[in-house]
Write a protein that binds this ligand. Structure first.
Ligand code: DMJ
Length: 665
């Protein structure tokens, strides 16, 4: 609008104020703004209020931004201390108030320093850092560890009634034996392979493998080597595009062992492991890594270590590593691809997964537990959003006969093949549904529904009883059954037992029985071998039952699934048979898998002359020995009321508080 100048006319402000009045008004306004801003800092220390007011800062997707805020001297002063003291300790646990404990905490501060080589040099020059540098992720804590511990229904390590009352009982001796096995496995690893991903006990050296981004110069991927987790025949030569010299994540055995060492009160060994994480666990890595494996082993291991100890180093590294996985989700559907390149931030599907076109159900379906905890501990919603989207896609897609096939296109969101399995490729997806329900303190109704619907479909289409009376879960290929069960599928006895209590009333006894029958079948696969250890896969055809039919399926690589089910069935029934069966495994491991320098898998469970595979798998320390130890412990040690185990047996706490909104999935 054109304003014509009129002589003698002093223009007023837009609100009709003259200049002096305007000044007074502005002065008043700025005073008011200063007052309001200052009042923000006087608000009570409520995380809800903080979330309300400070959300835009703490919820930025990149921790870098958070780190910048946190690295500001004022912000640092407001952070919670690096070692929040745990609440009332369980009997025998460290008293956080004790002198020894405070010495240890100071020791932690002394030892903690940034992990990049450059930062290390700076720290050395500075005489040792006392806090994590921003580059390492000085993530401000909105997590109240003390409150979390106070909400647990049981002391973390239980009340240990049986230990004090019957120090020389059989069960005590058995537990001590398992502890000795863990100490031996750890010490062998430490001696010959510290910092590498796994120990090779025969050659007495370390092995980096190819799941975590590592490819050292000149190292070839093992020809025909097998994916140790979800699927057979997956890790083939020619699979990766990494460059020699790329450095991936290391120390998988250290991270996978932390909580087992803690649980068994192998205190010195736990401190060794923790010191390695503080000093040598580098996150500035490159190369291609498996989203699934990094999540279940590293993220799961670090999260558990944090929840058990309250040590900030574990929380910070878990979150930083979680961020490195996010590029895997950059797909049209948000269904992540299986491989993430740490350096370029690109992603791809496995070459063997329908010619590189598919993501794998067990892989993208086994992120939910860890990612919700990453959000809980970081305040960054991005992790929870990613897994909620996966849930949504799976919820909405058509399922043949209610079944979930193993291959899904992350581009179109369509199933790529109708192969259904509760073993490799499918397994932990089902496990994470029931555990999401339990971890949400039974508020995630969607997970509950999806689990029981899936179980019903599995029972209708896959569960069979052999002529010899053995119940097994077959594999389904577009309606045709493979009458075989993989060792991996043997976790399902435990899963079905765990879920039985929350099924419809008329189904509960049935599911308990189904769990017991499947576990019995898996025991048979062990009992029918010469070593009393079970093969990788066993069949029910041509008059043969629960035995491998080819030598290529006769190996045992220290897998946990069978003892995992024994542990759950023991907790549910207290039938002594499960401890008996567990002890048979202990004896067999000692006889056939123990070498002079650690434990090794064997190539043929039907031969009494062991042919070792020269590998002490990380999951042997994370899972097999942990589940065995729990089998011979009281039920309130890592009580199932307080904890769920991720698929690598890392305990994650049930959300007893109502503040996180986990009920929605
Ligand atoms: C573990 O890494 C996990 O249990 C995974 O879910 C499948 N199997 C291996 C051990 O066999």
């Amino acid at each position: 609008m054109l304003v014509r100048k009129v002589p003698g006319f002093v223009p007023a402000s837009p609100w009709g104020l003259r200049l002096p009045q305007k000044f007074v008004f502005l002065l008043f306004l700025s005073g008011l703004v200063t007052l309001c801003f200052g009042a923000l800092f006087l608000l009570p220390n409520s995380s809800r209020l903080k979330r309300l007011f400070l959300a835009p800062r703490t919820q930025q997707p990149g921790l870098e931004a958070v780190a910048q805020v946190a690295s500001h001297p004022r912000a640092r002063g407001q952070e919670s201390p690096p070692n929040p003291a745990p609440a009332a300790p369980a009997p025998g646990e460290d008293d956080p108030g004790s002198q020894a404990s405070s010495r240890r905490r100071k020791g932690w501060l002394r030892r903690t320093h940034p992990t990049g080589p450059r930062e290390e040099a700076t720290a050395a020059r500075g005489g040792g850092a006392t806090a994590l540098r921003p580059q390492e992720g000085s993530v401000p804590s909105s997590f109240d560890f003390k409150a979390f511990r106070s909400r647990l229904r049981h002391p973390v390590l239980g009340t240990r009634a049986d230990r004090s009352k019957e120090p020389h009982s059989l069960v005590h001796t058995q537990r001590e034996k398992i502890k000795e096995m863990m100490r031996f496995a750890w010490q062998s690893y430490k001696r010959y392979a510290m910092g590498k991903n796994e120990l090779r006990p025969l050659t007495r050296d370390g092995y980096e493998g190819n799941m975590f981004g590592e490819l050292t110069s000149g190292e070839a991927l093992p020809l025909g080597a097998e994916h140790p987790c979800s699927s057979p025949q997956l890790w083939r030569a020619g699979e990766n595009t990494r460059q020699p010299g790329d450095r991936g994540l290391s120390g998988a055995t250290v991270i996978d062992s932390l909580d087992t060492l803690y649980l068994m009160e192998l205190k010195e060994e736990f401190q060794e492991a923790k010191a390695w994480v503080e000093e040598s666990f580098h996150l500035n890595v490159s190369g291609e890594a498996s989203l699934f494996e990094v999540n279940i082993r590293y993220i799961g291991g670090l999260l558990s270590a944090f929840y058990l100890t309250g040590e900030e180093v574990f929380r910070i590294k878990a979150i930083k590593l979680g961020e490195k996985l996010l590029p895997a989700f950059d797909t049209p559907t948000g269904i992540p691809k299986g491989v993430v390149n740490f350096k370029s931030g690109s992603n791809r599907s496995w070459g063997w997964a329908m010619a590189g076109s598919s993501s794998i159900l067990a892989e993208f379906g086994s992120l939910h537990l860890e990612f919700l905890h990453l959000t809980q501990l970081s305040g960054n919603q991005v992790f929870a959003e990613k897994v909620r989207n996966i849930r949504k896609v799976l919820r909405e897609i058509d399922k043949p006969f209610g079944l979930y096939p193993n291959f899904l296109s992350p581009v179109s969101g369509n199933w790529m093949q109708h192969h259904v399995s509760v073993g490799g490729l499918g397994d932990s997806f089902y496990e994470y549904l029931i555990k999401s329900w339990l971890m949400s303190a039974k508020t995630d109704m969607e997970a509950k529904e999806m689990y029981y619907e899936a179980l019903e479909a599995i029972e209708t289409h896959l569960v069979n009883v052999s002529p010899g009376g053995l119940t097994y879960i077959a594999e389904w290929r577009g309606g045709i059954l493979d009458h075989k069960m993989g060792h991996l599928a043997c976790f399902s006895g435990g899963m079905i037992a765990l879920g039985a209590e929350d099924a419809k009333e008329e189904k509960r006894a049935h599911y308990r029985e189904l769990a017991a029958q499947i576990t019995k079948t898996c025991h048979e696969s062990y009992a029918r071998s010469d070593t009393k250890l079970g093969p990788e896969a066993f069949w029910f055809n041509s008059g043969r039952e629960a035995v491998a039919t080819q030598t290529s399926e006769s190996y045992y690589i220290l897998r946990p699934e069978v003892v995992e089910s024994y542990m759950y069935l023991w907790r549910q029934t207290h039938s002594p048979i499960y401890r008996e069966w567990g002890w048979e495994v202990v004896m067999a491991l000692e006889k056939y898998c123990r070498t002079e320098a650690g434990f090794s898998g064997i190539q043929d469970v039907y031969s009494k002359v062991p042919n070792h595979d020269n590998k002490q798998q990380t999951f042997f320390l994370a899972e097999t020995l942990k589940y065995l130890y729990l089998l011979f412990s009281e039920d309130d040690m890592l009580s199932l009321e307080d904890w769920v185990f991720n698929t690598e047996a890392h305990p994650l706490p049930v959300n007893h508080s109502d503040s996180s909104g986990w009920g929605g999935g």
